[in-house]
Design a protein around this ligand. Sequence first.
Ligand code: ATP
Ligand code: MG
Length: 480
Amino acid sequence: MRHITLEQMKALLADPIFHQIGQAADQLGVDCYVVGGYVRDLFLERPSQDIDCVVVGSGIELAQTLGHSLGRGAHVSVFRHFGTAQLKWHGAEVEFVGARRESYSHDSRKPIVEDGTLEDDLLRRDFTINALAVCLNRDRFGQLIDRFDGLLDLEDGIIATPLDPDTTFSDDPLRMMRCIRFATQLNFQIEDETQQALARNAERIRIISQERIIDELNKIMLSPTPSIGFIELSRCGLLPIILPEIAALEGVEVRNGRAHKDNFYHTLEVLDNVAKASSELWLRWAALLHDVGKPRSKRWENGVGWTFHNHNYIGQKMVAPLFRRMKLPLDERLQYVEKLVGLHMRPIVIADEEVTDSAVRRLLFEAGEDIDDLMVLCEADITSKNQQRKQRFLDNFQLVRQKLADLQARDNYRTWTNPITGEEIMRTFGLAPCRQIGILKQAIKDAIWDSQIPNDHEAARTFMLEKAKEMGLTPVILLE
Ligand code: ATP
Ligand code: MG
């Protein structure tokens, strides 16, 4: 990768837009480079949509000149306040900005910005792999500017800052999140000095808005192996600041020689397992939070050992406050995560005992359309090191899945409704609203779900009349 030739670089910049940009820059007599993430992703052969260009001069002027020469089909938006312009052309989106120099004050991540050289502009970038530039002017087209050996770091899989990492992170603490995010997305190592600086500057994350933090955290969550990011967040001390509930899962307590498992590492294993099975962000959040109630439910019971009774329900209640604080959505996505956290023990309990129709029907009814995701989460949750035990669970899960499929084919319990309504009960027995109606309805439901009677109106009515007799109720004679 390091020995890429000029010809190869030119081939990488195959999109005709790059030559068009170069021409416009030549026309204005300014130097122009494609920089940052786009160049990094070219080398990594990752798809990337947004192209960033730095102009040693006015980015706005270049965008306008280019827009003019491209004519119809090109659309330029100018953001004068930021000194930037965006050009859209045949599906390509290019952002133009003048080369700038930045200086920071301590209490803000908003720098003082002045015009600068290309060198100044590369110096203000966060990581060496993000500080590569390729010239687009005609006579130097395809020439790579690699001031900080970013290409070497790309090849070695290393995240390092161009400047002293303490300065880089203290100037803009969001870069700490970006650092861990890139390490996770790309499976790169964080260089030692950089990693130590993360720990020294972790507290500075508090000046960053929650929206920006969650943006990066979600990118970590969506990476192929999200655990990489959480281990780094924990190692440098960012985790207790941004997600104390997850940090609290860490550690093992030993009593009378008995230890419980480290729930942090268990959680990460579950998260990675889910990530292998699904790219769905909220299912991954459910995995991250499935055991979040464990620290609060942990007890030592003499003669039993460590227990975590009701940790699923306690955890379920913790999801909404956490979502609110993290500025995560408070809509059906929250409800979905709550539901999965609350139900995550169910299939395991079923699989541990005899897999009965009624237990599976109840599960199906409560999980509704999220039943498949719940099963993915539960299978991911089996992290036992005991291969035999693990296999037994997986086999039983197969049984649960089989039963789920059978029952779904037979009757649609996801949207089950009782064939007997409360109104019918009142009419039949001449009752006003009272407790007995609920008791009867529950009895009918149990009888159907336990497969004692078929799921139809006639059977349910016969059953109701018998049951009512036992309860001392007599039907009124209806006068038509
Ligand atoms: P991605 O697009 O995958 O989120 P990226 O590196 O392209 O990653 P962008 O936000 O698109 O991120 O930024 C483009 C470039 O701008 C980066 O590659 C980097 O050079 C620079 N950059 C972005 N954010 C920062 C920052 N907080 N500090 C310093 N440089 C930054
Ligand atoms: Mg980008």
